[in-house]
Each structure stands twice: as C-alpha cells, then as structure tokens.
Design a protein around this ligand. Structure first.
Ligand code: 9UX
Length: 71
C-alpha cells in the first residue's frame, strides 16, 4: 500500500532545483514524487513500510534543501 505526503520545501531558487530534487526523490525505492518550484512543495507517494516522513525529509536534506510537513 502507498500513502502520500505533502512537504513544504525550502531552499529551492530555480526550476533546476525542483527538477534536481524531484529526480533524487524518484530514485528512492517505491517513491513517486512531484516537486513544484511555484508552490515550493513536494507531493510524494511512498510505501510506509519502506520509508517514513522523517526519512524523506532526510533525503531532501541530503540533496541540499530542507522540508517540513504541511500544516
Ligand atoms: Mo538554480 Mo538550485 O540556478 O540548487 S539549481 S538555484
């Protein structure tokens, strides 16, 4: 089963940033991600048995950005 999360991403300043982050997230097992530079959000579909929101945020930080759950 898959679930979804929307994260607010900080540190993206151009469309290459969002493209780079989207590609990095889509390399994670079972992840389908769409990142928007316009809204600075990442919409991520993932398998909660494989990954956690904390793990997704960690992956985003490793790509050089930061993220937090939408409130
Ligand atoms: Mo754009 Mo982003 O020139 O890491 S690629 S700011």
């Amino acid at each position: 089963m898959k679930t979804h999360i929307d994260l607010q991403v900080t540190g993206m300043h151009c469309a290459n940033c969002s493209s780079r982050l989207e590609k990095a997230l889509n390399l994670l097992p079972g992840v389908n991600a769409a990142v928007s530079i316009a809204t600075e959000k990442a919409h991520i579909s993932y398998d909660p048995k494989t990954l956690t929101p904390e793990g997704l945020i960690k992956a985003i930080q490793e790509t050089g950005f930061d993220a937090h759950p939408m409130r």
